[in-house]
Ligand binder design. Sequence first.
Ligand SMILES: N[C@@H](CCC(=O)N[C@@H](CS)C(=O)NCC(=O)O)C(=O)O
Length: 289
Amino acid sequence: MTHILLIADKSYSSWSLRGWLAFRAFDIPVEVRTTRMYCDQFRKDLAAFAPDTRTVPIVKTPQGGVLTDSLAIAWHLSGAFPDHGLLPEDPAARAEAMSLVAEMHSGLTGLRGACPMNLRTGWAGFAPEDAVTADLARLDLLWSRAMDRFGGPWLCGAYSLADVFFAPVATRILTYDLPVSSAALAYAKAHVAHPAFRQWRAMGLVEGPEQPFYDMALDRRPFPAPPPLAAQAVESGPSENATCPYSGAPVTHFLEMDGRVFGFCNAFCRDKTVADPAAWPAFMDIYQS
Ligand SMILES: N[C@@H](CCC(=O)N[C@@H](CS)C(=O)NCC(=O)O)C(=O)O
């Protein structure tokens, strides 16, 4: 039996991102199910997954528990998987990480309210109001203090739950081109280069149409992530590989990269690879072989 995690739109659901990273960034096995926000199906999917739930993420534990909050998921996993590095071993760094997680979970509401997470686009000309500027100053303080104290490269040394909880806020700095210190900007850029985050964003980009709820009356600019390797979906093979790099099943869907054709077992496996080929080690192993 494994944990089962219900999440929503990967491009927009910041709490889902935290719940998912708490598993995937620490190599904890999980079965992931996905719903979509802002449609009737959302409530139905939640009710079918676990009665009387209202928000995502939700986790079902192998013991039959239901966790309906990202903070509970984080603390549960750090206790259930003590050898997976979710929290630092050093007591001082551990206490700091817990404090950072808690402050992120309950605070920074000015920034969160004004700048919803959006991993599909950047916005140009966003003018932060005072509450956003105050939260950015708080972020700069929290991040620089932690990294100075524990030496980086992440907030409390190695990547931990503290970084998981700040990942969505880090992306907002990039999406909205928010004014922060160079150290905070470097920390935000480190998040979008993190292997698990890259996979999350690649999957979100191909998960369906944009959610109009997140439109802003601003000009668009590209989301500021390093450009992916160029690849495109193609109608047919043959491909160099006979089985899908992810499932091992026979290939049915194809992409072309550098004049070479590779196959996958379904459209989603192909499309998430087209979105960011280098995010997927199992694909790159085939490509580089
Ligand atoms: N405190 C919750 C917040 C969860 C939350 O608000 N999730 C959003 C998606 S990011 C949601 O499910 N919204 C749907 C709704 O409120 O109807 C947590 O930390 O997990």
